[in-house]
Write a protein that binds this ligand. Sequence first.
Ligand SMILES: [Zn+2]
Ligand SMILES: [Zn+2]
Length: 148
Amino acid sequence: MSEIIRRTGSCLCGGVQFTVTGAPLRIGLCHCKDCRKAGGSVYSAYAIWPREAFEVTGIVSTYGTRSFCPTCGGRVAFLGEDEAEVTIGSLDVAPTDDLVPEYELWTSRRETWLHALPGAEQFEHDRPTANNTQLAEPRPLSDAVAGS
Ligand SMILES: [Zn+2]
Ligand SMILES: [Zn+2]
């Protein structure tokens, strides 16, 4: 079973369609202010793919690196230079079964009626190894070459 998984997703109205191919690099939950404000929910569950694994069709509006449908406001992806962060809820199939968050960020802002996700690494703020507070450009640890 070495078939490459291809997942489809869309905004609420269907005006924007996208696909992600292959396995995600990592999967997380985030309770930070930006994730709450951008989605309107109390946290965001997302999976991150290499930028080249993400393809989108339709008209997309952007705010910083966040993209969304101008018609319905549905979030499409958070596009960094190297990575595409896709909200799990924007994928077409639910439940996704295999997309289980491995870590949880900004637990200091987690609603008191939510519990820590069992098995997920917990961070009070951002992941110390990731520079993902804004205009995310996380580098793989193996990539020691400074781009300049
Ligand atoms: Zn839409
Ligand atoms: Zn966040």
